[in-house]
Design a protein around this ligand. Structure first.
Ligand SMILES: *Cc1c(COP(=O)(O)O)cnc(C)c1O
Length: 395
Protein backbone atom coordinates (compact mmCIF):
# COMPACT_ATOMS: atom_id res chain seq x y z
CA UNK A 1 0.00 0.00 0.00
CA UNK A 2 1.27 3.50 -0.90
CA UNK A 3 2.27 5.82 1.91
CA UNK A 4 -0.36 8.55 1.81
CA UNK A 5 2.13 11.39 2.19
CA UNK A 6 4.35 10.07 -0.63
CA UNK A 7 1.37 9.57 -2.88
CA UNK A 8 0.05 13.08 -2.24
CA UNK A 9 3.48 14.67 -2.77
CA UNK A 10 3.95 12.88 -6.08
CA UNK A 11 0.53 13.92 -7.27
CA UNK A 12 1.18 17.53 -6.28
CA UNK A 13 4.54 17.56 -8.07
CA UNK A 14 3.06 16.17 -11.29
CA UNK A 15 0.33 18.81 -11.29
CA UNK A 16 -2.33 16.14 -10.85
CA UNK A 17 -3.48 16.74 -7.28
CA UNK A 18 -7.20 17.43 -7.01
CA UNK A 19 -8.35 19.86 -4.36
CA UNK A 20 -11.76 21.03 -3.22
CA UNK A 21 -12.59 24.67 -3.73
CA UNK A 22 -15.78 25.77 -2.00
CA UNK A 23 -17.72 28.40 -3.90
CA UNK A 24 -20.59 30.70 -3.21
CA UNK A 25 -23.06 31.03 -6.09
CA UNK A 26 -24.28 34.54 -6.71
CA UNK A 27 -27.14 33.39 -8.96
CA UNK A 28 -26.26 35.46 -12.04
CA UNK A 29 -23.62 33.28 -13.67
CA UNK A 30 -21.02 34.34 -11.13
CA UNK A 31 -19.40 32.45 -8.28
CA UNK A 32 -17.10 33.53 -5.49
CA UNK A 33 -14.34 31.32 -4.10
CA UNK A 34 -15.10 31.02 -0.41
CA UNK A 35 -11.37 31.05 0.40
CA UNK A 36 -11.08 34.55 -1.11
CA UNK A 37 -14.12 36.42 0.27
CA UNK A 38 -12.76 39.85 -0.70
CA UNK A 39 -11.82 38.86 -4.25
CA UNK A 40 -14.03 39.80 -7.20
CA UNK A 41 -16.49 37.10 -8.29
CA UNK A 42 -15.74 34.81 -11.24
CA UNK A 43 -17.85 33.92 -14.28
CA UNK A 44 -18.70 30.22 -14.07
CA UNK A 45 -17.74 28.49 -17.33
CA UNK A 46 -17.57 25.05 -15.79
CA UNK A 47 -21.13 24.31 -14.72
CA UNK A 48 -23.31 21.51 -16.16
CA UNK A 49 -26.44 23.45 -15.23
CA UNK A 50 -26.76 24.19 -18.95
CA UNK A 51 -30.37 25.39 -18.95
CA UNK A 52 -30.00 27.22 -15.62
CA UNK A 53 -32.85 25.11 -14.29
CA UNK A 54 -31.29 24.75 -10.82
CA UNK A 55 -32.44 28.33 -10.21
CA UNK A 56 -35.78 28.08 -12.05
CA UNK A 57 -38.81 29.03 -9.93
CA UNK A 58 -40.79 26.01 -11.18
CA UNK A 59 -38.20 23.59 -9.77
CA UNK A 60 -37.79 25.50 -6.54
CA UNK A 61 -41.56 25.77 -5.93
CA UNK A 62 -42.14 22.13 -6.74
CA UNK A 63 -39.30 21.04 -4.47
CA UNK A 64 -40.41 23.31 -1.66
CA UNK A 65 -43.97 22.00 -1.76
CA UNK A 66 -42.83 18.38 -1.69
CA UNK A 67 -40.46 19.14 1.16
CA UNK A 68 -43.29 20.65 3.21
CA UNK A 69 -45.81 17.92 2.39
CA UNK A 70 -43.65 14.81 2.27
CA UNK A 71 -40.68 15.59 4.50
CA UNK A 72 -36.94 15.81 4.01
CA UNK A 73 -36.15 12.16 3.40
CA UNK A 74 -37.81 9.14 1.84
CA UNK A 75 -37.07 7.02 4.91
CA UNK A 76 -36.08 3.75 3.26
CA UNK A 77 -35.08 2.00 0.07
CA UNK A 78 -37.75 1.66 -2.63
CA UNK A 79 -38.19 -2.07 -1.98
CA UNK A 80 -38.76 -1.33 1.72
CA UNK A 81 -41.25 1.43 2.60
CA UNK A 82 -39.49 4.25 0.71
CA UNK A 83 -41.38 3.72 -2.56
CA UNK A 84 -43.35 6.97 -2.81
CA UNK A 85 -46.00 7.77 -5.39
CA UNK A 86 -43.89 10.71 -6.58
CA UNK A 87 -41.06 8.32 -7.56
CA UNK A 88 -43.47 6.59 -9.93
CA UNK A 89 -44.71 9.91 -11.29
CA UNK A 90 -41.16 10.88 -12.19
CA UNK A 91 -40.46 7.47 -13.71
CA UNK A 92 -43.52 7.80 -15.93
CA UNK A 93 -42.54 11.30 -16.98
CA UNK A 94 -38.99 10.19 -17.84
CA UNK A 95 -40.21 7.15 -19.76
CA UNK A 96 -42.38 9.57 -21.77
CA UNK A 97 -39.49 11.97 -22.33
CA UNK A 98 -37.32 9.10 -23.55
CA UNK A 99 -40.02 7.35 -25.58
CA UNK A 100 -39.55 4.14 -23.61
CA UNK A 101 -42.05 1.84 -21.89
CA UNK A 102 -40.65 2.39 -18.42
CA UNK A 103 -37.89 3.96 -16.36
CA UNK A 104 -36.19 3.38 -13.02
CA UNK A 105 -34.70 6.03 -10.73
CA UNK A 106 -31.22 5.77 -9.25
CA UNK A 107 -29.53 7.86 -6.58
CA UNK A 108 -27.13 9.34 -9.11
CA UNK A 109 -25.72 8.74 -12.56
CA UNK A 110 -22.70 7.09 -11.03
CA UNK A 111 -24.96 4.68 -9.15
CA UNK A 112 -27.01 3.98 -12.27
CA UNK A 113 -23.99 2.95 -14.35
CA UNK A 114 -22.34 1.10 -11.49
CA UNK A 115 -25.57 -0.82 -10.86
CA UNK A 116 -27.01 -1.45 -14.31
CA UNK A 117 -23.91 -2.83 -16.06
CA UNK A 118 -23.19 -5.58 -13.48
CA UNK A 119 -26.90 -6.47 -13.47
CA UNK A 120 -26.74 -7.21 -17.19
CA UNK A 121 -23.26 -8.62 -17.72
CA UNK A 122 -21.23 -11.05 -15.69
CA UNK A 123 -18.42 -13.56 -15.95
CA UNK A 124 -18.47 -15.12 -19.42
CA UNK A 125 -20.04 -12.02 -21.00
CA UNK A 126 -18.32 -9.23 -22.89
CA UNK A 127 -18.72 -5.49 -22.49
CA UNK A 128 -17.37 -3.08 -25.12
CA UNK A 129 -17.05 0.57 -24.18
CA UNK A 130 -15.69 3.69 -25.83
CA UNK A 131 -12.25 4.53 -24.52
CA UNK A 132 -13.55 7.94 -23.37
CA UNK A 133 -16.58 6.59 -21.52
CA UNK A 134 -17.19 8.06 -18.06
CA UNK A 135 -15.50 6.56 -14.98
CA UNK A 136 -18.84 5.27 -13.69
CA UNK A 137 -19.25 3.14 -16.84
CA UNK A 138 -15.75 1.81 -16.47
CA UNK A 139 -16.31 1.01 -12.80
CA UNK A 140 -19.61 -0.71 -13.61
CA UNK A 141 -17.73 -2.93 -16.06
CA UNK A 142 -15.07 -3.78 -13.52
CA UNK A 143 -17.71 -4.64 -10.93
CA UNK A 144 -19.47 -6.90 -13.41
CA UNK A 145 -16.52 -9.29 -13.83
CA UNK A 146 -17.26 -9.40 -17.57
CA UNK A 147 -14.50 -9.33 -20.20
CA UNK A 148 -13.89 -5.67 -20.99
CA UNK A 149 -12.89 -4.28 -24.39
CA UNK A 150 -12.34 -0.58 -24.96
CA UNK A 151 -12.58 0.68 -28.53
CA UNK A 152 -10.89 3.82 -29.84
CA UNK A 153 -13.00 6.91 -29.33
CA UNK A 154 -15.98 6.96 -31.75
CA UNK A 155 -14.19 4.37 -33.94
CA UNK A 156 -16.94 1.92 -34.88
CA UNK A 157 -14.64 0.00 -37.23
CA UNK A 158 -12.54 -0.81 -34.18
CA UNK A 159 -15.68 -1.84 -32.27
CA UNK A 160 -16.68 -4.11 -35.14
CA UNK A 161 -13.23 -5.71 -35.12
CA UNK A 162 -13.63 -6.47 -31.42
CA UNK A 163 -17.12 -7.89 -32.00
CA UNK A 164 -15.87 -10.15 -34.79
CA UNK A 165 -13.21 -11.57 -32.50
CA UNK A 166 -15.86 -12.26 -29.92
CA UNK A 167 -17.43 -15.68 -30.59
CA UNK A 168 -20.87 -14.78 -29.24
CA UNK A 169 -21.61 -11.12 -29.86
CA UNK A 170 -25.23 -11.79 -28.85
CA UNK A 171 -23.95 -11.89 -25.29
CA UNK A 172 -22.21 -8.56 -25.60
CA UNK A 173 -23.16 -5.22 -24.04
CA UNK A 174 -21.98 -2.03 -25.76
CA UNK A 175 -21.98 1.20 -23.74
CA UNK A 176 -21.45 4.66 -25.26
CA UNK A 177 -22.24 8.26 -24.40
CA UNK A 178 -24.33 10.34 -26.77
CA UNK A 179 -22.33 13.48 -25.88
CA UNK A 180 -18.87 12.98 -24.41
CA UNK A 181 -18.44 14.92 -21.19
CA UNK A 182 -14.83 16.04 -21.60
CA UNK A 183 -14.63 16.27 -25.42
CA UNK A 184 -18.04 17.68 -26.24
CA UNK A 185 -18.38 15.54 -29.34
CA UNK A 186 -21.18 13.14 -30.24
CA UNK A 187 -21.34 9.41 -30.81
CA UNK A 188 -22.25 8.35 -34.38
CA UNK A 189 -25.47 6.73 -33.13
CA UNK A 190 -27.07 5.99 -36.52
CA UNK A 191 -24.05 3.92 -37.55
CA UNK A 192 -23.86 2.26 -34.16
CA UNK A 193 -27.48 1.19 -34.44
CA UNK A 194 -26.77 -0.28 -37.89
CA UNK A 195 -23.90 -2.24 -36.35
CA UNK A 196 -26.27 -3.51 -33.64
CA UNK A 197 -28.58 -4.84 -36.37
CA UNK A 198 -25.71 -6.91 -37.78
CA UNK A 199 -24.30 -8.15 -34.47
CA UNK A 200 -27.26 -8.21 -32.11
CA UNK A 201 -25.52 -6.80 -29.06
CA UNK A 202 -27.33 -5.05 -26.22
CA UNK A 203 -26.90 -1.27 -26.55
CA UNK A 204 -26.77 1.21 -23.68
CA UNK A 205 -26.44 4.97 -24.24
CA UNK A 206 -25.49 7.42 -21.49
CA UNK A 207 -27.23 10.74 -22.18
CA UNK A 208 -25.86 12.61 -19.15
CA UNK A 209 -24.88 15.67 -21.21
CA UNK A 210 -27.65 15.42 -23.81
CA UNK A 211 -30.94 15.02 -21.94
CA UNK A 212 -32.95 18.23 -22.04
CA UNK A 213 -30.75 19.71 -24.76
CA UNK A 214 -31.27 17.67 -27.94
CA UNK A 215 -34.36 16.35 -29.69
CA UNK A 216 -37.70 17.98 -30.40
CA UNK A 217 -38.91 17.29 -26.84
CA UNK A 218 -35.54 17.49 -25.12
CA UNK A 219 -35.36 13.71 -25.01
CA UNK A 220 -31.68 13.73 -26.00
CA UNK A 221 -29.61 12.67 -28.99
CA UNK A 222 -31.39 9.30 -29.09
CA UNK A 223 -34.63 11.18 -29.73
CA UNK A 224 -33.02 13.62 -32.19
CA UNK A 225 -31.65 10.77 -34.29
CA UNK A 226 -34.87 8.77 -34.03
CA UNK A 227 -33.13 5.61 -32.81
CA UNK A 228 -35.04 5.11 -29.55
CA UNK A 229 -36.39 1.70 -30.57
CA UNK A 230 -32.90 0.40 -31.30
CA UNK A 231 -31.30 1.53 -28.07
CA UNK A 232 -32.07 -1.02 -25.37
CA UNK A 233 -31.09 1.12 -22.39
CA UNK A 234 -31.04 4.90 -22.15
CA UNK A 235 -29.39 6.28 -19.05
CA UNK A 236 -29.25 9.89 -17.92
CA UNK A 237 -28.94 12.15 -14.93
CA UNK A 238 -31.11 14.88 -13.41
CA UNK A 239 -27.99 16.63 -12.12
CA UNK A 240 -26.91 18.37 -15.32
CA UNK A 241 -29.25 20.11 -17.78
CA UNK A 242 -32.24 19.16 -15.63
CA UNK A 243 -30.86 21.24 -12.75
CA UNK A 244 -31.68 18.80 -9.93
CA UNK A 245 -30.13 15.53 -8.72
CA UNK A 246 -30.52 11.78 -9.24
CA UNK A 247 -30.59 9.66 -12.37
CA UNK A 248 -32.63 7.20 -14.40
CA UNK A 249 -32.47 4.26 -16.70
CA UNK A 250 -35.20 3.98 -19.36
CA UNK A 251 -36.01 0.78 -21.24
CA UNK A 252 -38.63 -1.89 -21.79
CA UNK A 253 -41.01 -2.83 -18.96
CA UNK A 254 -39.28 -6.19 -18.79
CA UNK A 255 -35.85 -4.56 -18.52
CA UNK A 256 -37.01 -2.35 -15.65
CA UNK A 257 -38.66 -5.28 -13.82
CA UNK A 258 -35.37 -7.12 -14.14
CA UNK A 259 -33.28 -4.19 -12.86
CA UNK A 260 -35.55 -3.77 -9.83
CA UNK A 261 -34.45 -7.28 -8.90
CA UNK A 262 -30.83 -7.16 -9.98
CA UNK A 263 -29.33 -3.65 -9.81
CA UNK A 264 -27.66 -3.59 -6.41
CA UNK A 265 -27.17 0.19 -6.33
CA UNK A 266 -30.96 0.46 -6.69
CA UNK A 267 -31.90 -2.27 -4.23
CA UNK A 268 -29.53 -1.44 -1.39
CA UNK A 269 -29.83 2.34 -1.25
CA UNK A 270 -32.29 4.81 0.21
CA UNK A 271 -34.82 6.22 -2.27
CA UNK A 272 -34.28 9.78 -3.53
CA UNK A 273 -35.81 12.44 -1.24
CA UNK A 274 -39.22 13.83 -2.30
CA UNK A 275 -38.06 17.43 -2.78
CA UNK A 276 -35.35 16.34 -5.20
CA UNK A 277 -37.78 14.12 -7.09
CA UNK A 278 -40.34 16.92 -7.28
CA UNK A 279 -37.75 19.35 -8.65
CA UNK A 280 -36.74 16.79 -11.29
CA UNK A 281 -40.39 16.28 -12.19
CA UNK A 282 -40.83 20.01 -12.76
CA UNK A 283 -37.66 20.03 -14.88
CA UNK A 284 -38.84 17.17 -17.10
CA UNK A 285 -42.17 18.93 -17.62
CA UNK A 286 -40.42 22.20 -18.50
CA UNK A 287 -38.12 20.72 -21.11
CA UNK A 288 -40.95 18.73 -22.69
CA UNK A 289 -43.31 21.69 -22.84
CA UNK A 290 -41.22 24.07 -24.86
CA UNK A 291 -38.06 24.29 -26.86
CA UNK A 292 -37.45 27.92 -25.81
CA UNK A 293 -34.92 27.02 -23.13
CA UNK A 294 -32.94 24.90 -25.58
CA UNK A 295 -33.10 27.46 -28.38
CA UNK A 296 -31.88 30.11 -25.95
CA UNK A 297 -28.94 27.94 -24.86
CA UNK A 298 -27.91 27.18 -28.46
CA UNK A 299 -28.00 30.90 -29.30
CA UNK A 300 -25.56 31.55 -26.46
CA UNK A 301 -23.32 28.65 -27.48
CA UNK A 302 -23.18 30.05 -31.03
CA UNK A 303 -22.26 33.53 -29.76
CA UNK A 304 -19.39 32.16 -27.65
CA UNK A 305 -17.98 29.98 -30.42
CA UNK A 306 -18.17 32.81 -32.95
CA UNK A 307 -16.27 35.12 -30.60
CA UNK A 308 -13.52 32.52 -30.23
CA UNK A 309 -13.30 31.83 -33.96
CA UNK A 310 -13.30 35.55 -34.79
CA UNK A 311 -10.51 35.94 -32.24
CA UNK A 312 -8.36 33.49 -34.22
CA UNK A 313 -8.79 30.24 -32.25
CA UNK A 314 -8.06 27.41 -34.68
CA UNK A 315 -9.19 24.48 -32.53
CA UNK A 316 -12.32 22.56 -33.52
CA UNK A 317 -14.95 23.85 -31.10
CA UNK A 318 -17.23 20.86 -31.64
CA UNK A 319 -21.01 20.51 -32.01
CA UNK A 320 -22.20 20.94 -28.42
CA UNK A 321 -22.29 23.17 -25.36
CA UNK A 322 -19.05 21.61 -24.06
CA UNK A 323 -15.95 23.22 -25.53
CA UNK A 324 -12.60 21.62 -24.77
CA UNK A 325 -9.38 23.57 -25.34
CA UNK A 326 -6.71 20.88 -25.36
CA UNK A 327 -3.29 22.18 -24.29
CA UNK A 328 -1.31 19.00 -23.53
CA UNK A 329 0.49 18.93 -20.22
CA UNK A 330 -1.30 19.06 -16.87
CA UNK A 331 0.96 21.80 -15.54
CA UNK A 332 0.23 24.01 -18.54
CA UNK A 333 -3.53 23.51 -18.18
CA UNK A 334 -3.29 24.40 -14.49
CA UNK A 335 -1.28 27.56 -15.17
CA UNK A 336 -3.84 28.60 -17.77
CA UNK A 337 -6.76 27.96 -15.43
CA UNK A 338 -5.02 30.16 -12.85
CA UNK A 339 -4.42 32.90 -15.41
CA UNK A 340 -8.10 32.73 -16.35
CA UNK A 341 -9.09 33.07 -12.71
CA UNK A 342 -6.89 36.17 -12.44
CA UNK A 343 -9.01 37.53 -15.31
CA UNK A 344 -12.29 36.68 -13.59
CA UNK A 345 -13.09 33.42 -15.38
CA UNK A 346 -13.66 30.04 -13.74
CA UNK A 347 -12.98 27.13 -16.13
CA UNK A 348 -11.76 23.73 -15.01
CA UNK A 349 -8.40 22.29 -15.98
CA UNK A 350 -9.26 18.66 -16.76
CA UNK A 351 -6.22 16.43 -16.41
CA UNK A 352 -5.25 12.76 -16.52
CA UNK A 353 -6.53 10.35 -15.28
CA UNK A 354 -9.88 11.94 -16.16
CA UNK A 355 -8.61 12.34 -19.75
CA UNK A 356 -5.78 10.48 -21.59
CA UNK A 357 -2.13 11.43 -20.95
CA UNK A 358 -0.96 14.60 -22.69
CA UNK A 359 -4.48 15.78 -23.47
CA UNK A 360 -4.99 18.00 -20.43
CA UNK A 361 -7.47 20.68 -21.33
CA UNK A 362 -9.51 23.63 -20.26
CA UNK A 363 -13.13 22.63 -20.36
CA UNK A 364 -15.51 25.48 -21.07
CA UNK A 365 -19.25 24.97 -20.92
CA UNK A 366 -21.87 27.52 -21.88
CA UNK A 367 -24.99 27.80 -19.73
CA UNK A 368 -28.07 30.01 -19.74
CA UNK A 369 -26.66 31.70 -16.64
CA UNK A 370 -24.23 33.60 -18.88
CA UNK A 371 -25.50 36.58 -20.89
CA UNK A 372 -23.93 38.09 -24.01
CA UNK A 373 -21.58 40.54 -22.22
CA UNK A 374 -20.43 37.74 -19.90
CA UNK A 375 -19.78 35.47 -22.88
CA UNK A 376 -17.72 38.28 -24.44
CA UNK A 377 -15.76 38.65 -21.23
CA UNK A 378 -15.08 34.90 -21.17
CA UNK A 379 -13.99 34.75 -24.79
CA UNK A 380 -11.70 37.80 -24.45
CA UNK A 381 -10.03 36.31 -21.35
CA UNK A 382 -9.55 32.92 -22.98
CA UNK A 383 -8.03 34.48 -26.12
CA UNK A 384 -5.64 36.57 -24.01
CA UNK A 385 -4.55 33.53 -21.98
CA UNK A 386 -4.07 31.47 -25.15
CA UNK A 387 -1.90 34.22 -26.62
CA UNK A 388 0.32 34.08 -23.55
CA UNK A 389 0.46 30.31 -22.91
CA UNK A 390 -0.53 28.51 -26.13
CA UNK A 391 -0.03 30.88 -29.09
CA UNK A 392 0.21 27.89 -31.45
CA UNK A 393 -3.56 27.44 -31.08
CA UNK A 394 -4.21 30.90 -32.52
CA UNK A 395 -4.13 31.90 -36.18
C1 LIG B 1 -21.85 13.16 -14.81
C2 LIG B 1 -21.90 11.88 -15.53
C3 LIG B 1 -22.35 10.71 -14.89
C4 LIG B 1 -22.68 10.68 -13.44
O1 LIG B 1 -23.89 11.31 -13.16
P1 LIG B 1 -24.14 11.90 -11.70
O2 LIG B 1 -25.61 12.05 -11.62
O3 LIG B 1 -23.39 13.19 -11.64
O4 LIG B 1 -23.60 10.90 -10.72
C5 LIG B 1 -22.44 9.57 -15.65
N1 LIG B 1 -22.10 9.54 -16.94
C6 LIG B 1 -21.63 10.64 -17.57
C7 LIG B 1 -21.27 10.55 -19.01
C8 LIG B 1 -21.51 11.84 -16.89
O5 LIG B 1 -21.02 12.90 -17.49
Amino acid sequence: MARLSDWLRERRESGGLRELRPVERLGDGRIRLAALPGAPPLLDFSSNDYLALSAHPALIDSGRRALAELGAGSGAARLMSGDLVIHHQLEEAVAGLKGKEAALLFGSGFMANAGVIPALAGRGDTVCIDRLDHASIYDGCRLSGARLHRFRHNDLAHLEELLQKNPDSGKCLVVVESVYSMDGDRCPLAELVALRKRHGFLLMVDEAHATGLFGLNGGGVVEEEGVGDEVDLVMGTFGKALGSYGAYLAGSREMIDYLVNRARSFIYSTALPPAVVAASLAAVELVRQSSELRDDLWRRVAIFKKLLRDGGLKADLGPTQIIPITVGESARALRMAEALRARGIFATAVRPPTVPENTARLRFSVTRHLDAPQLEEGAAALLAVLKEFAPELLA
